[in-house]
Design a protein. Structure first.
Length: 244
């Protein structure tokens, strides 16, 4: 059974039916619309109708086709895209009406004994491709212009964050990155020690009178509390005695 989502549009159904009729040498000579949702085509000794609806076609459509004024002995054909009710199929079989279903690819399949008798001698290929109908519009995309990144990134000696080679300061912990050196350079100037720092507010220096005022923090034992930078999480810090 063809689902509503797969059903063809009316224009496609009309194209499939007229193409199929040409294979049984019954090219339509006239076209009319006797009722809403029904298109009627007439050829020599043949009357064909398309009942385009999303619901199963019932007995009413078959009765309407039987009442149509046509030459005696003319073949009566009815095409639909969904399905037929059991009553419609029984009525068509008893009154020699050919019922057909139009599939999502335009392939026409018989539903009654009379419909089988009128089928073309050679199979008619479906006029549409299901895959082509499901495909969306093709959009040509330019090939990606990818190049290998050969940039030598700077690594902060404290927090390990990566920075562009032109960066001068760590954006995470404000450590100076110039010359890939340490964040704080201690210069031996004799009795005094100059500690150069660099932060978000610029550069500066602190003069200490005794180098012993700067003491490295001993490595903490596993599981024991230890000092850690609140900004970057680094434990590579120093204890500095306050200047009185």
């Amino acid at each position: 059974m063809t689902t509503v989502q797969q059903a063809l549009g009316f224009t496609e159904v009309y194209h499939a039916v007229t193409q199929w009729l040409s294979h049984i040498e019954a090219t339509p000579e006239s076209l009319s619309e006797p009722a809403d949702g029904i298109v009627e085509m007439r050829a020599q000794s043949l009357i064909a109708r398309i009942k385009y609806t999303k619901r199963p076609v019932g007995q009413g459509a078959v009765l309407s086709l039987l009442r149509a004024d046509t030459d005696e002995g003319s073949d009566r054909l009815l095409f639909a895209v969904t399905s037929y009710s059991d009553g419609a199929v029984a009525l068509a079989n008893s009154h020699v009406v050919a019922l057909y279903l139009v599939g999502p690819d335009g392939l026409i399949t018989p539903q009654t004994s009379e419909a089988h008798a009128l089928m073309p001698r050679r199979p008619v290929p479906p006029p549409f491709s299901i895959q082509e109908r499901r495909k969306g519009p093709e959009v040509e995309l330019d090939a990606p212009n990818w190049t290998e990144d050969t940039t030598e990134w700077l690594t902060c000696p404290h927090c390990g964050a990566a920075h562009h080679p032109h960066a001068t300061e760590c954006g995470r912990c404000n450590v100076a990155l110039a010359d890939k050196g340490a964040s704080e350079a201690v210069e031996d100037t004799g009795p005094e020690v100059a500690v150069h720092t660099r932060g978000r507010k610029g550069t500066g220096s602190i003069q200490l009178s005794d180098p012993s005022m700067i003491r490295p923090v001993p490595v903490a034992e596993p599981g024991r509390p230890h000092l850690q930078c609140r900004t970057c999480g680094s434990s590579d810090i120093e204890l500095v005695d306050p200047i009185s």
